[in-house]
Design a protein around this ligand. Sequence first.
Ligand SMILES: [Zn+2]
Length: 68
Amino acid sequence: MATKQYKQLGCLDVDASAGCAFQVRAETEAEVLKLGAMHAKECHKMESLPPDMAAKVKAAIKTVSVTV
Ligand SMILES: [Zn+2]
């Protein structure tokens, strides 16, 4: 068993009022941002993230340790 560091992003961490429990985890911040953008587009009808939202998203990304 080993511990791996992952980047995690949850919709609730960005906007709790959205009431969306979507959560994504990936190895890099870029990957998390990509998956987050895809989710925002599909589920929240956001074609692109406005700059203030993008800053919020980046601030909401957490590093978590996962045992694999
Ligand atoms: Zn969501």
